[in-house]
Design a protein around this ligand. Structure first.
Ligand code: 0L1
Ligand code: MG
Length: 254
């Protein structure tokens, strides 16, 4: 049985060397609480490299994905500064194992949050909303994992791109989200697929952060979850997402 620290360093090395490893759950049982401890140690290793936490991401926020995984709750991962892409910081494919892109919506927190909030309360703690693309990349062979494995692996977090921050609207339902690879349509979904209402994903983030001892601080980014299944990035050199009412965002891949 590998310890919490060993699991964290195995996953950290796998990410830094782009060499996927066998999922732990094939050879041992461990619980969700231990998995979050691994995640915390993994994030500590990134912080020791000089990359602070800049946000969190929600996973399994669609009912279809929860059903596919046989789980009935979401998962939460942590975003560090090295994961954030920009116009001048492309995704370097050689730094990834087998990346996939997801169309998402991002929130920016306007206050620290110390307790679980409802969706109606959470809306008062954000000062920006934006179109966002998350790049997930499992550190496990064949992108296969148990619930505990994926939580330990920081919920497959790899990179993310956030568009221009917009004022927070009263509702985020029914927004069409279209993702294209190299100008070609790749996937389309509705913001309704994000837990029926992206503000509910924000509320769930406050609940899971509180439960798993993850701090939510003013200025942090919250990725609310995907509106479609993730798309494999193969020979792609640019990814763009357009969200009704929130504009568009894009990044390049080298
Ligand atoms: O929703 C997500 O960001 C994915 C969470 C982890 C599961 C996966 O890698 O598909
Ligand atoms: Mg995601």
């Amino acid at each position: 049985m590998t310890s919490i620290s060993e699991k964290a360093s195995i996953l950290h090395r796998a990410a830094r060397n782009q060499t996927p490893v066998a999922q732990f759950s094939l050879s041992e049982n461990y619980n969700l609480e231990s998995a979050y401890q691994v995640q915390h140690e993994l994030i500590q290793l990134r912080q020791e490299e000089g990359f602070p936490i800049v946000g969190i991401k929600m996973g399994f926020t669609s009912h279809a994905k929860m059903k596919q995984m046989g789980v009935n709750d979401m998962i939460i991962g942590q975003l560090t500064s090295d994961m954030q892409l920009s116009k001048s910081k492309p995704l370097v494919k050689a730094d990834c194992c087998h990346p996939r892109a997801e169309p998402e919506i991002a929130f920016r927190l306007s206050t620290d949050i110390h307790e679980p909030l409802t969706a109606n309360e959470a809306i008062n703690h954000v000062d920006g909303v934006a179109a966002a693309i998350e790049i997930i990349d499992s550190r496990y062979e064949n992108f296969k994992f148990s619930l505990e494995d994926v939580v330990a692996d920081n919920c497959s977090s790899c990179a993310f791109m956030v568009g221009q921050w917009c004022d927070v609207p009263l509702g985020l339902n029914g927004l069409d989200m279209k993702m294209s690879f190299d100008g070609q349509y790749e996937a389309e979904g509705s913001s309704d697929a994000i837990l029926d209402n992206p503000f509910e994903a924000l509320a769930a983030a406050t609940r899971l952060a509180h439960r798993h001892n993850i701090k939510l601080k003013k200025g942090m980014i919250v990725l609310a979850g995907a509106s479609t299944a993730a798309s494999f990035i193969k020979e792609t050199s640019s990814v763009k997402l357009k969200v009704d009412g929130l504009g568009e965002t894009s990044f390049t891949i080298v």
